[in-house]
Design a protein around this ligand. Structure first.
Ligand code: NAP
Length: 264
């Protein structure tokens, strides 16, 4: 695709996406506005929008913190936006808010990526306003599929659930790995070995879960012989559905928080 893209904000998330798209040859050129980013990337970084060349961009990716969205968009001139589609990666900033902040009408897509996009194993929830055409959806899916898997949802509200599940989800798995490694250390393993075992086990289990037709419950049962070691552990997790209740409570809290944050 011979696209020219402008990134507003080229921090952790912006640069993870932009650099991957350049490497995959999905964009021809990226200009990025970011006041403090070093020139250590393939994109051309400008300190402010006033320094941008006279380019008419195909895509404008808004990857600043939500509080900076209006300021970042207001700084870009109408001329540079006149052919652009907008992709936001910001949590909790609605399509309506973005449309109001834009100086001209542009198609707007919201995306909710997660940190594994940095290793091209992310998952991304996508929602587009009514002006988003089918070819544009395909183009955006192609971009996000370069850093993992992308999934369009039917309502903007569903992005709150995506935020609570996969947006925040990597932190849940990291916490479980911390707990598992700590438990291994308590059983006498060296700390580094316990960490490596926890991480490699997470990678192996996730790879099995992503297999064609995988069923999480069957995968678990395959490891769980009656009265064996796994069975002893699973009984603890499943007593009064303890783990499931905790996970549900935590994800519901994240969902509520996502809604609160979006209301300012
Ligand atoms: N990281 C994640 O897991 C994740 C997941 C999903 C969505 N997101 C979303 O991605 C967005 C960016 O997050 P991040 O983790 O990449 O943050 P980040 O690393 O802080 O990147 C944001 C960058 O934007 C720069 N910036 C600030 N004001 C600007 C302006 N007016 N114009 C242009 N650039 C400006 C910041 O510079 P300074 O540091 O100098 O202010 C910073 O380099 C957030 O809205 C977040 O909701 C992040």
């Amino acid at each position: 695709m011979s696209l020219t893209a402008l990134f507003l904000g080229y921090g952790r998330m912006g640069a993870s996406l932009g650099e991957a798209w350049i490497e995959a040859d999905l964009v021809q050129r990226i200009d990025a506005v970011d006041p403090h980013r070093a020139q250590d990337v393939k994109a051309r970084v400008y300190r402010s929008a006033a320094e941008l060349p006279d380019t008419i961009y195909d895509l404008v990716i808004v990857a600043v913190k939500p509080a900076m969205a209006r300021e970042a968009l207001a700084a870009v001139s109408i001329a540079r936006l006149r052919n652009a589609s907008i992709i936001s990666v910001m949590a909790g900033v609605s399509i309506a808010t973005l449309e109001q902040a834009l100086p001209i009408a542009c198609p707007v897509v919201r995306s909710m990526p997660n940190t594994p996009v940095m290793v091209h194993q992310g998952c991304v929830g996508l929602f587009g306003g009514i002006s988003v055409t089918s070819p544009l959806r395909d183009k955006i899916s192609q971009l996000y599929n370069a850093v993992g898997k992308s999934y369009w949802v039917e309502t903007e509200e569903q992005l709150h659930a995506i935020t609570a599940l996969s947006g925040s989800g990597p932190a849940y798995y990291h916490l479980f790995s911390e707990a598992l490694a700590d438990a291994g250390e308590r059983l006498g393993l060296p700390s580094e070995l316990a960490k490596q075992l926890a991480a490699q086990t997470a990678l192996g289990a996730a790879t099995l879960q992503c297999g064609d037709g995988a069923n999480f419950s069957s995968l678990r049962q395959e490891v769980t012989s009656p009265n064996g070691t796994t069975h002893a552990a699973i009984e603890v997790f499943e007593k009064d559905s303890a783990l499931r209740c905790l996970v549900t409570e935590a994800v519901v809290k994240a969902h509520q928080r996502s809604i609160e944050l979006s209301q300012g």
